[in-house]
Design a protein around this ligand. Sequence first.
Ligand code: HEM
Length: 586
Amino acid sequence: MIPVPTLHGPHQGGSDVAHSRIPPTPTSSPPPTDDRSTRQSTPPLADDRPTPTVVPLIGGGLTEERIMKTYAQAVLWLVLAFMAQGSRGFTVPADVVFLLKKWVLIGNPSSTTKNFPPSPPKLPFIGNLHQLGLSAHRSLQSLSRKHGPLMLLQLGSVPALVVSSADAAKEIIKVHDLALSNRPKLRAAKRLLYDYKDVSMAPYGELWRQLKSIYVLQLLSNKRVQYFRRVREEETALMVEKIRESGSESMPTNLSEMFMDLTNDVVCRVVLGKKYGEGESGNEFKMLLRDFVTLMGSLDIGDFVPWLGWVNWVTGVDAKIDRVAKWFDEFLEGLVEERLKLNNDGGDDSEGNKNFFDILLQIHKYNSAGISIDRDCIKAQILIAFAAGTDTTSTFLEWAMSELLRNPRVMIKVQDEVREILSLTGKAEIAEDDLEHMQYLKAVIKEALRLHPSVPLLVPHEAREDIRVMGYDITAGTMVITNAWAIGRDPSTWDEPDEFRPERFLNCPIDFRGHDFQLIPFGAGRRGCPGISFATVIGELVFANLLHKFNWSMPGGAKAEDLDMTECTGAIAHREFPLLAIATPC
Ligand code: HEM
């Protein structure tokens, strides 16, 4: 029998990836501590369903050792296949021929007249896939230190341009934004998002343009973000109450969980008009949403080495994708039916009360934005609003609070600012209007996003045509990966780049809205994130409240510097271990 190449070890992909027990590769973060009070135990795996084996490409997940083993097995498999089938007319898969040709060509750049960006040496078939490691943004940062801020990798059969400096990012966004505004077609997105009908994975074209304008002008416009102010204030007040009731000296608050619940509830109310996170069905919803996000952020080996696409079928990942897609489709179909009925019955449709769902249904029914969107398209937008809005925002809250706990000097300074502003206004509670005066708090948020962009490698783009970037040739179809994490820590741009020092943003115009290329946690240009205001105003409100109402310390009297800062694998880099802290009401 032909040996089956094993691609991965246990517990990768889906929710299992998010809490992988595989030890991380050495990184520049502080060494893990054994102190159980600060390094909280790894949460149990969400379930024991078939172990997904998607390759969390951009988020890592492959150790070099594992991929080399896979590689050796794959080559062995090929050789055996040739030997076994040779005399019976074995047909070499077209992919393999293509890869061999490509390898010969790319392995020997002088055989072409193109001037490609520098590349690390690559292996046949897998190219540089094995070099991504568990933490791809860190691995790519060290590769770019050797090969430069524009580097061309070969990920299986896919050429990938890696952008690692503010200057290179400026060039690709300012000069080549249009040419680079496609998204690669990834198998998981195709199945989970109704054949790329959502705004984030839709190929560049008319549908994407129309959908993006719906997001920017309607769903996430400044006015709409203002309308949702009550939702944010209510949910933040509820979280403060929960912390007050549940937290004590002996019972630390699980802030990771609090932030996840908060963002889930806010996004549910804003998108669907009510919460779906409570009770048994709420837990299922949250768990499947996490699976959805993880599957979306993990790249399937079949996207890079097409002839290995069957691996995910064998290991159950394909089945898991189908199960998650089916669950959400049934859930959303039920809501569409219910909501169409409600609107027909004359439900409250005043502008200020409309949620995303109402707006999308209105466009669907009346073609009111000048485009027709079908039911699948509505469901895809709802899903991506959840996926893009929930985990990213809670990850940002988690890291900002982790940095505040690790830097008590900064924590006290923000507390002083918040309390002083409240005492000047004579108010007992913080309202969103007060936030605009909190300049140090805003600097803390920028600094947290600089050091810990929730999506360290952004979302990959794809070149729509051949272009020349900084003198290098980039061919149509090249994937473009921007290492926002490395750019935010580039010593040629930032003094003491690894230090958490919000003061650097005081009296400094650098912002994260896509005009300053040294700080691009939300991306920039046409494909930039439309949820910036939505996410950052939540952050400001949450921190102003948490720091106004409580003093915070580490559980078990642990020292601030002992806080474990390990990131998990995956496209969204949240904490590997939940953030626990003691809240003392004040
Ligand atoms: C801290 C929170 C957030 C972070 C760090 C973040 C980050 C990002 C990044 C890096 C991208 C890709 C940019 C690129 O391709 O160049 C993106 C795209 C996107 N984000 Fe966000 N995001 C956040 C919150 C949100 C929220 C709250 C929403 C909506 C409710 C949202 C909706 C989207 C959408 C729809 C896209 C796709 C845009 C497109 O492809 O045209 N994001 N986001």
